[in-house]
Write a protein that binds this ligand. Structure first.
Ligand SMILES: [Mn+2]
Length: 326
């Protein structure tokens, strides 16, 4: 991967003039958000010692990422904000201002009052920063950060490499998704060579599951039923969440197992939460568009992964058939 030189020069100039570099990632942070927040923050701290670096997110760091160096330093934004002179915001992995959840409480972050550096890999990003490093072909924001460091001549330490590896692994589903290009392997190798602790990442992210999560997934898998239309469907009631002690975020990932039933056209998990039923749809097939299916229930998403939410609750339906004789 090669990033455009003018943007790198502008980013460096912006950081040089800052006395405060406030890094911000999106709400409900995933591995790429936290990995890039901590990795880029640490790089800036090291390369721009004149600036005080802040690590910010409206939501807390999920437990599975607590092993990352610096995770405990992530806080909500200071209130009131420091003056715009000398303050530069660094937005990470946030496809649009509202994903930081600061667009309403702190609109001055996005209206030109403050200068900002925006680093992201989402196609739809409207380039809302003062300087934008947007690489839609990159697997993850962490991958962009690794090459930014390399091209700018910044030192990637073992701790920084470990943070950046986390985003590369989570945004590619453990190097399994279709966004894994030869370049992704090259970046992973590069970060491992710089001391990135790959095994720590793999164990924390893919080999650790809370007991409550495993029990919830057990219920999901046990309840899979197959429909005549070629759907593999499961459902989770509020009772399931209560009985297993899992919260709704722990359902993330279970759909990939429901979607693994061979020969099915699509998979669906229905889950009850706060008076609503949420549906998650997936397909492995090119001739099925689950975003269209979700659209029928006022939802949306991508062709292969979509979702919807409807007010209501789940009612189980049992069908019995009488077989004569025996
Ligand atoms: Mn990402």
């Amino acid at each position: 991967m090669h990033l455009p030189e003018p943007e790198i020069a502008q980013a460096v100039d912006l950081c040089k003039t800052a006395t405060r570099l406030l890094c911000v990632c999106h709400r409900n942070p995933d591995g790429d958000a936290i990995g890039s927040l901590l990795g880029v923050g640490a790089l800036l701290e090291q390369e721009f010692p004149q600036a005080e670096v802040g690590y910010h997110c409206v939501d807390p760091v999920p437990e599975m990422f607590h092993f990352l160096p610096g995770a405990f330093r992530v806080q909500v934004l200071p209130d009131p904000l420091p003056p715009p002179e000398g303050t530069v915001f660094v937005f990470l992995d946030s496809a649009e201002p509202k994903l930081t959840e600061l667009h309403e409480t702190h609109p001055q972050l996005f209206d030109g009052t403050y200068r900002s550096l925006m680093i992201d890999h989402h196609y739809s990003n409207p380039r809302y920063g003062t300087v934008n490093i947007l690489v839609p072909d990159a697997s993850s924001t962490c991958e962009i950060a690794a090459w930014l460091a390399e091209q700018a001549g910044w030192t990637i330490t073992s701790d920084i490499a470990t943070c950046l590896l986390t985003g590369l692994y989570t945004d590619t589903g453990g190097l399994l998704h279709s966004n894994v290009t030869p370049g992704v392997y090259r970046t992973v190798a590069h970060l491992q060579r710089r001391g990135g602790r790959r095994q720590e990442v793999v164990e924390a992210v893919f080999r650790t599951g809370k007991l409550s999560t495993l029990r919830l997934w057990g219920r999901v898998l046990e309840k899979i039923s197959l429909t005549d239309e070629g759907g593999a469907i499961s459902a989770v009631t509020e009772g399931d969440f209560r009985a297993t002690g899992a919260d709704t975020s722990e359902l993330t990932g279970a759909i990939d197992y429901v979607n693994a039933v061979p020969g099915m056209r699509f998979s669906l998990i229905l889950s009850e939460r706060d008076g609503k039923v949420k549906g998650s749809l997936r397909t492995l097939r090119d001739d099925v568009d689950v975003s269209e299916m979700a659209g029928k229930f006022s939802g949306g998403g991508h062709k292969k992964a979509a979702g919807f939410a409807l007010p209501g609750k789940l009612k189980p339906e049992v069908r019995w058939t009488v077989v004569e004789g025996e």
